[in-house]
Design a binder for this molecule. Structure first.
Ligand SMILES: [Zn+2]
Length: 306
C-alpha cells in the first residue's frame, strides 16, 4: 500500500531514461543536495523498479531525510487504463508503472514526461521563474513540448497538452507540401521539419550532403553559406510553428531545450520572423534559452511536488 505523503522536507527527482537513471535531491529552496547517475537495466521491468527504489533509498540515506518523489520519463500513462504507453524503454509499455513504483518506493509519487519536466523546471526556478505562462519545446530526435501555468504542468484531458509536434507545419509553401512522412501516419508534421533528423533531411534535400545537426549548426556559425540557408529555412518554419502556439496560448515566454536550445542564432532570428504570423499589433513574447540545460528533466521531476 502506498502511504500518503504529508509534508516533504526535501524533493527527490528521478529522470528515468532508456539508458540512464539519474536521481537528485533538492532542498526546499531548490539547492542540489545530492546527485547520482546509474545505468538503466535493459529490458528488465522488475530490475528498473528495483533500481529506482534503491536509488531513492541511497539518496535519502545520503541526505538523512525522507523526501517526496517525482519521476520524469518519456511516454505517458494512459488516462483510460493507467498503463504506460509510448515509452522508449519498451519493457515499461503496458505496465502499471505508477502503481508499481508507488509500491516499490512505498509512498505516493508523481510521474510526468520529459517535456513537461523540462518546462516545469524552467518555469519554477529557471528562465520562466518570474512569469506566469511558459511554453517549452524540446527538440532532439523528436519534437516535444509542454505547458506550465503558475508553476503547474497543464496535463490535459487526454494527457497531450502542448504536444504540437504532430500538428501540420502552418502556412506551408507549395514546396513544403505534402511534407515528409511521419511515423504517426501523417505527412508534414511539425516534428518532421523541426526535429534533428528533420533539419538534416532538409539540408540533404537542398545540397545533396548528409551532415548531422550539430555540425550544421557549427558550419552556419562559421559562415558556411549552405548551412546558413538551411538554418534560414529552419527558422522560418520554427517561427510559423510557434506563431500558432502564440495565437492559441499567448505564453509569456517560450523556452527551447534539447540540442537546438544551444543554437544562439535562433533566439534573435525566430522572433524577427514570427511577428508577421501572430494576430496582434504588438508581440511581447520572448524566446529564451534554458537556465538548467541537461538538468531540467531531473529538476522538473523533483518540482512535481510543490
Ligand atoms: Zn506526426
Amino acid at each position: 500500500m502506498a502511504i500518503r505523503q504529508v509534508r516533504a522536507v526535501i524533493r527527490i527527482g528521478i529522470d528515468l531514461g532508456g539508458s540512464k537513471i539519474e536521481g537528485i535531491a533538492l532542498s526546499e529552496f531548490g539547492e542540489q543536495l545530492y546527485r547520482k547517475r546509474i545505468a538503466t537495466p535493459q529490458g528488465d521491468y522488475k530490475g528498473i523498479l528495483k533500481a529506482v527504489a534503491d536509488l531513492v533509498t541511497k539518496i535519502e540515506a545520503s541526505v538523512g531525510k525522507k523526501g517526496s518523489v517525482g519521476i520524469c520519463t518519456p511516454g505517458a500513462l494512459s488516462p483510460e487504463t493507467n498503463l504506460m504507453r509510448n515509452s522508449n524503454s519498451v519493457c515499461m509499455n503496458g505496465k502499471p508503472v505508477l502503481d508499481d513504483l508507488q509500491d516499490a518506493i512505498d509512498r505516493d509519487i508523481r510521474i510526468s514526461n520529459d517535456a513537461n519536466c523540462f518546462v516545469l523546471s524552467e518555469a519554477t526556478d529557471g528562465a520562466g521563474k518570474d512569469v506566469s505562462t511558459v511554453f517549452g519545446v524540446i527538440i532532439g530526435t523528436g519534437t516535444g513540448a509542454g505547458i506550465v501555468v503558475d508553476k503547474k504542468v497543464i496535463v490535459g484531458q487526454n494527457s497531450i497538452a502542448g504536444e504540437w509536434g504532430h500538428n501540420p507545419l502552418p502556412w506551408p509553401s507549395d514546396m513544403e507540401l505534402p511534407g515528409p512522412e511521419c511515423y504517426c501516419g501523417k505527412n508534414g508534421c511539425i516534428e518532421t521539419w523541426l526535429s534533428g533528423p528533420g533539419i538534416v533531411r532538409d539540408h540533404e534535400l537542398h545540397n545533396n550532403a548528409f551532415i548531422d545537426a550539430e555540425t550544421l549548426a557549427k558550419k552556419a556559425k562559421f559562415g558556411d553559406e549552405e548551412a546558413i540557408e538551411t538554418f534560414e529555412r529552419y527558422e522560418n518554419r520554427m517561427a510559423r510553428s510557434l506563431a500558432h502556439v502564440i495565437n492559441i496560448l499567448d505564453p509569456d515566454i517560450i523556452v527551447l531545450g534539447g540540442g537546438v536550445g544551444n543554437v544562439k542564432r535562433l533566439y534573435e532570428n525566430v522572433p524577427a520572423i514570427w511577428d508577421q504570423y501572430i494576430f496582434s499589433d504588438v508581440v511581447n513574447t520572448k524566446l529564451i534559452e534554458p537556465v538548467h540545460g541537461d538538468s531540467s528533466g531531473v529538476r522538473g521531476a523533483a518540482w512535481l511536488w510543490r
